[in-house]
Design a protein around this ligand. Sequence first.
Ligand code: NAP
Ligand code: MG
Length: 399
Amino acid sequence: MDKIQMTTPLVEMDGDEMTRIIWQQIKDTLILPYVDLKTEYYDLSLPEREKTGDQVTIDAANAIDRYGVGVKCATITPNAQRVEEYKLSRMWKSPNGTIRAILDGTVFRAPIMVKGISPVVKNWKKPITIARHAYGDVYRAAEMRVEGPGTAKLVFVDENGKTTEQTIFDFHSDGVLQGQYNLDSSILSFARSCFQYALDTKQDLWFSTKDTISKQYDHHFKDIFAEIYKNKYKEQFEKNGLTYFYTLIDDAVARVIRSEGGYIWACKNYDGDVMSDMVSTAFGSLAMMTSVLVSPDGKYEYEAAHGTVTRHYYRHLKGEQTSTNPMATLFAWTGALAKRGELDGNGALVEFARRLEQAAIETIESGVMTGDLAGLWEGETPAQKVTTQGFMDAVASRL
Ligand code: NAP
Ligand code: MG
């Protein structure tokens, strides 16, 4: 068989620990035999970030901006223990945070559903995609522990020195304080990414905030979404038979649980962080969750939703075979290859990605799976638990 040719390179970002091992196995077993893979390679492993003073992360993000599509392996976000372990000169920032800050945009997380592993919520028939605004709010807040009595004020000084202020609270005793912000430009691009992704994937869009309580802050998110929808997307949504619908987050959680799935749920930064963990757990496993960052100008970065699976890596280092689930990392690759193919008008590449996903899903549905899924399996015959490489070999023979 002739290998499938590529015209534009993918931005390939390698990572750390067990996922770095899986990364190479996926390429060797499932991609390189079939595709004449073109990538621009960036090594985002912690030693390389240390060596380049994290410049490699910035270079990778700029490359995604240039080429339009990237695929990223999970990476270590260093904490104090990692600084020690890797003898780091600094506690480097999260690569995902750096990339998001450069590309802006929204993270979409969707479960990979297979027959034989049912969601905990029994009426969920289709995937629920969480769209998480990846900027600001509590993640960029200023916080303070205060000793009362005293008065807390919210003060804004404009560039001419004009001051607007408001009392937050008259403290009679000790307490805590927090100040959050967001930007119109970021909320706007969040809204655009959500509407665009809904159109791309032909799914309804739900958006929820706590606007009844947060009458300025959250209400402003709601207004921006409503305005963008009316001025830019309403017509296209109607043409495609899609709905945009806003509701209070309390109402949204109740509706999500009662729903069949099959829509995108747009959430503010904190809500999306928490709700995506809840939704992915209810669908079965973090290893069955895909994640893509979509920038407002249509740049795509695909990754797995889980981390570097450190505990499995330590076992791998001891020479043990692990049964680590490669699905989310594999789907990061297929998502990126398919998007590259779509942008380049390369039908063969799109078709290859689709078949590889199908082969992986059918492998699990046939009862062959990694340890994390074996315990959830409800198929008729017992689950056949295989190693990481064993799973990929099974996918390859089906492919
Ligand atoms: P993790 O790597 O997601 O792993 C947590 C646990 O979840 C694992 O120990 C394993 O459970 C299970 N698990 C996750 N992925 C799995 C898979 N593919 N197959 C089978 N089981 C899987 O999270 P973590 O241990 O909190 O973080 C490890 C490192 O990853 C940290 O250094 C963190 O900074 C980094 N991280 C990176 C990203 C990213 O790059 N996007 C995201 C999150 C965390 P069992 O051990 O019980 O089998
Ligand atoms: Mg979280």
